[in-house]
Design a binder for this molecule. Sequence first.
Ligand SMILES: NC(=O)c1ccc[n+]([C@@H]2O[C@H](COP(=O)([O-])OP(=O)(O)OC[C@H]3O[C@@H](n4cnc5c(N)ncnc54)[C@H](OP(=O)(O)O)[C@@H]3O)[C@@H](O)[C@H]2O)c1
Ligand SMILES: Nc1nc(=O)c(N)c(NC[C@H](O)[C@H](O)[C@H](O)COP(=O)(O)O)[nH]1
Length: 219
Amino acid sequence: MHVHVNAATSVDGKLSSRRREQVMISGDDDFERVDRIRAASDAVLVGVGTVLADDPHLTLDAEELVAERAENGDSAHPARVVADSRARTPTDARILDDAATTYLLISEDAPEARRRELEAAGATLVVAGAERVSFPAAFEALEDVGVERLMVEGGGEVIFSLFDDDLVDELTLYVGSMVIGGRDAPTLADGDGFVSDFPRLSLRDVERVDDGVLLTYDC
Ligand SMILES: NC(=O)c1ccc[n+]([C@@H]2O[C@H](COP(=O)([O-])OP(=O)(O)OC[C@H]3O[C@@H](n4cnc5c(N)ncnc54)[C@H](OP(=O)(O)O)[C@@H]3O)[C@@H](O)[C@H]2O)c1
Ligand SMILES: Nc1nc(=O)c(N)c(NC[C@H](O)[C@H](O)[C@H](O)COP(=O)(O)O)[nH]1
C-alpha cells in the first residue's frame, strides 16, 4: 500500500491552535491540490482527534474529479477511514453520512455498545490492535478490501505513529505564512516524539503555492 501524508502547518510547525479548532492555513490553490490527492486515493484517513475537532467530511469538492473517478469505474469519493481505538466517533459525525464508505479502525477494547451504535450509523468496523489501533494490522485489513493508495490528512498523533511504524511513503507539507505558536498546539508529529533514530526524509520538490510553500518528501 502507498501511504501519502498531507498536512498544512504554520511556519512554526503547528497544525492548529491550542484550542484545537480548525485553522485555515491553506489557501484555495492548496485546498484544490488536496482535493486532487483525495481523488487519486482509494481511501482518506484521519484520527478521531481530527474528527472531534474538525468534523471533516473528507469527500471531493470538485465535480470534475468525481466525474473522472466515475469514468475510471471508481466510487464517487474515496472511502473514509478513522483511527478510533475506543469507538469515540460521534454517531452524527459528517464522515458517517452515506456519501462514501467509512471504515472505523477500532481496538479489541472498544465497548460493544459503541460498536453497535456506530455500525447502525453506517460505519464498517475493522478491529486491529488490543488497546490501541495497530496501523500495520489495520493497513493489511484495508489492503484486503482493495485500498492500495491511502491518503492521511492528520492529525499530529496519527502522523507520529505512522512515522514510528515506518509506514509513510510520501509527505506533502504546505507551510502557510503565519505563526500560530503555543506549546500545547498540535504539531505535524506529536505522540511521544523521537529521541534517536529520527526519521530522515528525502526532499523531492519545493514549490510556491498561494502565499506559502509546498514541500514534497519521499519517506
Ligand atoms: N492543518 C492540518 O493539515 C490538519 C490536519 C488534521 C488535523 N488538524 C488539526 O489537528 C488537531 C487534531 O490532531 P490530533 O493529533 O489531536 O488528532 P489525530 O491525530 O487526528 O487523532 C489522534 C487520536 O487518534 C487515535 N488513534 C488511534 N490509533 C492511534 C495510533 N496508533 N496512534 C495515534 N493515535 C491513534 C487516538 O485516540 P484513541 O486512543 O481514542 O484511539 C488519538 O488520540 C485538530 O486541532 C485539527 O484541527 C490539522
Ligand atoms: N490541507 C489542509 N489545510 C488546512 O489549512 C487545514 N486546516 C487542513 N485540515 C485538514 C483537516 O482534516 C480538515 O478537517 C479537512 O481538510 C476538512 O475536510 P472537509 O473539507 O470537511 O472534507 N488541511
